[in-house]
Design a protein around this ligand. Structure first.
Ligand code: ATP
Ligand code: MG
Length: 196
């Protein structure tokens, strides 16, 4: 599961856990992006985002984290990460977990065709982002990839990192939107408190 995770929250964790159990995945690897090519705002340093993901997964033995994207030079492109994972896990099937907002974009990602030879996709429902038109179009018009893109329903959590950052900046509570160790880490370092 790739993402900016700025910061990680329960929307990410529920999507990951439900994908794991629904699709019988051996484990879920969280891969925080290094320099995201598609984000136009300044994101929190990769090492702090990595640290927050790490703190939020310690209690789940099936969750793991990779620093592949944050330690490599230059912008992160999913296709390169998948080539790396394909080699690293040569005997495994790969599934890329996204929310339905990201799922609808995948055909526009760099080397989308190649990506779909490397992995399948699991798109977890996300409030406000209905992917049924997208999934229907794939079903009807793209027989070559329809077996590789799976939508599924997760308990709806209308949580986003953007909203969490905003709340912190406004002095509002974010308790119960993200794991407590992450909330305390943010408090301790006063992340997101100042308007940049
Ligand atoms: P931002 O608001 O900064 O874009 P975000 O909450 O969308 O943050 P990302 O790091 O951009 O989080 O998302 C990583 C992945 O997690 C994406 O595939 C996204 O669709 C998915 N995701 C994020 N929040 C949810 C949620 N509440 N429910 C389901 N999927 C989610
Ligand atoms: Mg997002």
């Amino acid at each position: 599961m790739g993402g900016t995770f700025d910061p990680i929250h329960y929307g990410h964790l529920v999507a990951a856990e439900m994908a794991r159990t629904e699709f019988l995945l051996e484990k879920v690897i969280f891969i925080p992006t290094g320099t995201p090519p598609h984000k136009d705002r300044i994101v929190t340093s990769a090492s702090l985002r990595y640290e927050m993901v790490k703190r939020s997964i310690t209690d789940n033995p099936f969750f793991d984290i990779s620093d592949y994207e944050i330690t490599k030079e230059g912008p992160s492109y999913t296709v390169e990460t998948l080539r790396y994972l394909r080699k690293e896990y040569s005997n495994h099937e790969l599934y890329f977990i996204t929310g339905t907002d990201a799922l609808k974009e995948i055909l526009f990602w760099r080397e989308a065709e190649e990506i779909l030879t490397l992995t399948q996709f699991i798109g977890a429902s996300r409030p406000g982002f209905d992917a049924s038109d997208f999934l229907n179009t794939i079903q009807q018009n793209h027989p070559e990839i329809r077996g590789k893109i799976h939508g599924f329903e997760v308990p709806a959590l209308a949580i986003s990192s953007t909203d969490i950052r905003q709340r912190i900046e406004n002095g509002q509570s974010v308790r119960y939107l993200l794991p407590e160790p992450v909330r305390l880490f943010i408090e301790e370092l006063k992340l997101y408190h100042e308007r940049s």
